[in-house]
Design a protein around this ligand. Structure first.
Ligand code: BES
Ligand code: MN
Ligand code: ZN
Length: 486
């Protein structure tokens, strides 16, 4: 979709030439601030009980007198915040996207000035509303005609809105890439497929990509990563993707993605119900690719490296078994008590690998634990970091992106659960506090790093009738990297 910022002429919003005019009414006072003829139309609809100032309400009028756009849509927003705006635009877009409109103009009545974050929210809502997975579904509905959106703003707002539109568009491209990767089934999206996507990004966006195979990883000593990979015939891939936007000597930010393209649990086999959703277990890896794309598209002045540890977790005669002890790249040994706790095994070697990049900060992103879903549900990702400044930066980035996280604890007491009689540590603790012990496990491999961990098990995809990848947390990560770039 194409986006721009547009300052209407003398005839105001009603005079804008577009196929649809979407007016977001933000708060009760907003109705009074509308100009004619929009004020009269809204008033009439309210009087007739065809529209109400309530969450989620929209009203579509066709051929409204005095309005140049053939379709006029009112959508209610609870307040003037970007969050409420995003919800209202999502509702309005749902009313428009299936119709004949190709170009929509959006305006917000009520509240203060429109800023970049409002424009970002509008772009995110429209991208979300018009995204359609079709890679393996030829019968999917035809793509929405909606191809162009203009954010209406004043002259004074134009600059900030343009910046927001640019940033929002890049984030949307990253989110879409992450969704496209994660939605593909595991027989298409293999570790090799992820490596190909990275190579494609390298070509289109000027990244440098290096891909390590089983032999290379073995030579390095990635015994934990390869222990997970050994049960599958699908070759593992360790992907290193570099974006250089700053001086060569500037320490990079590093994103580490869990790239399990299918998690059956291995010998500690998962139950059959909903096992298909374990194709989404590479959501962390997908978000790394998406963030690289967004950051490169913006051309941010920062160095960013994506590390992706990708393989399948399957049962076979060669699989790692409960009780096996493996030696990680760090030299620390791990007793694999549960082969379904495989994410931490692939991530620990990737974190150790990150040390050689001498990074300014490292964030790993993983669909790591069911326990995190129990703790936080599907709204906020779990954030773990012993570094208060880094945690604050990531939380703020999540709020800005409307892709929120919540900080979780890392007290030393939780670490005791990982004691093993046969290795430096076990890969699991008890069920209670499972998201935290997983993070404590990773922390043992991040001692030399400024490090944070995002558990996205509850936020990377939706289940049920809207089953599909969300593209989260590309928004959070991109906002964080851009804030770091200054
Ligand atoms: N990929 C799963 C985590 C997961 C499960 C995410 C369900 C979303 C929904 C991970 O590899 C896993 O299996 N974790 C285990 C850990 C346990 C064995 C300590 C879990 O959460 O059950
Ligand atoms: Mn697992
Ligand atoms: Zn997993």
């Amino acid at each position: 979709m194409d986006f721009n910022a547009l300052t209407p002429g003398k005839s105001g919003w009603a005079g804008v030439a577009a196929d649809a005019l979407l007016v977001v009414v933000a708060g009760e006072a907003a109705a009074a601030q509308l100009e004619a003829p929009l004020a009269g139309l809204l008033h009439e609809a309210l009087e007739a009980h065809d529209f109400a100032l309530e969450n989620g309400r929209t009203l579509t009028l066709h051929g409204a007198p005095g309005v140049k756009a053939p379709r006029l849509v009112f959508a209610w927003a609870a307040d003037a915040s970007p969050r409420a705006l995003r919800k209202a635009v999502a509702g309005g877009a749902a009313a428009i996207k299936g119709g004949g409109a190709e170009h929509v103009a959006l305006a917000r009545a009520g509240g203060g000035a429109l800023g970049a974050e409002h424009a970002e929210a509008i772009v995110a809502a429209l991208d979300e509303a018009t995204y359609q997975y079709r890679a393996t579904k030829p019968s999917a509905p035809a793509p929405s005609r909606l191809a162009r959106a203009s954010v209406l703003c004043t002259k004074a707002e134009h600059r900030a809105v343009t910046e927001g539109v640019t940033r929002g568009r890049a984030i949307a491209a990253g989110v879409d890439l992450a969704r496209e990767c994660a939605n593909r089934p595991a027989n298409v999206c293999t570790p090799g497929y992820l490596a190909e996507q990275a190579a494609k990004l390298a070509k289109s966006h000027g990244l440098k990509v290096e891909v390590l195979g089983r032999k290379d990883c073995d030579k390095l000593g990635m015994g934990a990563f390869l222990a997970v990979a050994q049960g599958s015939d699908e070759p593992p891939r360790f992907i290193v993707a570099r974006y250089q936007g700053a001086a060569k000597t500037a320490a990079p930010l590093v994103l580490v993605g869990k790239g399990i393209t299918f998690d059956s649990g291995g010998i500690s086999l998962k139950p059959a119900a909903e096992m298909d959703e374990m194709k989404f277990d590479m959501g962390g890896a997908a978000s790394v690719l998406g963030t690289l794309r967004a950051v490169a598209e913006i051309g941010a002045k920062v160095n960013l490296v994506g590390l992706i540890a990708s393989c399948e977790n399957l049962p076979s005669g060669r699989s790692v078994k409960p009780g096996d002890v493996v030696t990680s790249l760090s030299g620390q040994t791990v007793e694999v008590l549960n082969t379904d706790a495989e994410g931490r095994l692939v991530l620990c070697d990737a974190l150790t690998y990150a040390e050689r990049l001498e990074p300014a900060a490292v964030v790993d992103i993983a669909t790591l634990t069911g326990a995190c879903v129990i703790a936080l549900g599907h709204h906020r990702s779990g954030l773990f970091s012993a570094d208060d400044d880094l945690a604050a930066e990531l939380l703020a980035a999540g709020e800005r992106a409307l892709d929120p996280a919540w900080r979780m604890p890392l007290d030393a007491e939780y670490d005791e659960a990982l004691k093993s009689n046969f290795a430096d540590m076990a890969n699991v603790g008890p069920r209670a506090g499972g998201a935290i012990t997983a993070a404590k496990f990773l922390e043992r491999f991040a001692k030399k790093l400024r490090w944070a961990h995002l558990d996205i098990a509850g936020t990377a995809w939706r289940s049920g009738k809207d089953k599909g990848a969300t593209g989260r947390p590309v928004g959070l990560l991109t906002q964080w990297v851009l804030a770091r770039a200054g």
